[in-house]
Design a protein around this ligand. Structure first.
Ligand code: PEP
Length: 251
């Protein structure tokens, strides 16, 4: 089953407005109309409207890095998926910084995932093990727990959902997983999805690798049969690097 690779650029809490506009202009100039790979830019929430304006009709997608699960109400500081739907198409759910810096649980990830899907947005569900979990041989158990928790109560695997396998020890550290390890873990994610749902939906689901991906190592991941793209943090803040990563996935 052919899966179109997808590359996400997670800017995290970086860029002043003028820097964001410069980067959006640069990304658009470099990737406008790119075929054979889907590209999603996840800028900080205050720049989402700028991103939507500046990337409109480019084929590049705009996403947000986090949402709350309620559609509206007395939730000071939160952003609802319904609001996001006015400007963006994609949402990151369960990023490791949400889980480990802000203490987001699997149950909260489940609520966010449901809310994102209810708002007809497309989720990128991020999962991954901590260094001590990897060293303790718990990677499979952690991925299984995170996936089963995120999909608690789901009858089917949503057909537009992307899973990003991001080992926490590789994020922002420069210690990228080898291509072989990324392949093995992305295949494991697919096996867990097949057990939880069925083989055909697991085969159709795109599974990304994330963690210190850069212009130099991207081609190694692109060559892996079960790695359907990458989620990029630091390197997405540089237009040339982000372009090289995206182009590495064009067959
Ligand atoms: C991320 O933010 O999801 C990420 C993978 O960051 P980095 O590429 O900087 O490791």
């Amino acid at each position: 089953m052919a899966r179109i690779p997808v590359v996400g650029g997670n800017w995290k809490m970086n860029t002043a407005r003028s820097e964001a506009q410069d980067l959006l202009r640069d990304v658009r100039a470099r990737l406008d109309g790119i075929a054979g790979v889907e590209v999603i830019v996840f800028p900080p929430a205050p720049w989402i409207a700028d991103a939507a304006d500046m990337l409109c009709s480019s084929g590049l997608r705009v996403g947000v890095q986090n949402v709350y699960w309620e559609p509206k109400g007395a939730f000071t500081g939160e952003i609802s998926p319904v609001m996001i739907g006015a400007t963006a198409t994609d949402v990151l759910v369960g990023h490791s910084e949400r889980r480990h810096v802000f203490g987001e649980t699997d149950a909260e990830t489940n609520r966010k995932l449901r809310a994102v899907l209810d708002a007809a947005l497309r989720p990128t569900l991020a999962i991954g093990e901590l260094r001590e979990e990897a060293e303790g041989g718990q990677t499979e158990a952690v991925l299984r727990r995170q996936l089963l928790g995120a999909f608690e109560g789901f009858e089917a695997l949503p057909d537009n959902l992307i899973v990003a396998y991001e080992p926490v020890w590789a994020i922002g550290t420069g210690l990228a997983a080898t291509a072989d390890d990324a392949q093995e873990r992305c295949a494991l994610v697919r096996r867990i999805l097949a057990e939880r749902f069925n083989h055909s939906s697991a085969d159709a689901c795109r599974v990304q690798y994330g963690g210190s991906v850069n212009a130099e190592n991207a081609a190694g991941y692109a060559a892996c049969p079960d790695v359907d793209g990458v989620l990029v943090g630091g390197a997405s803040l540089n237009g040339a690097s982000f372009e090289a990563i995206c182009r590495a996935f064009v067959a």
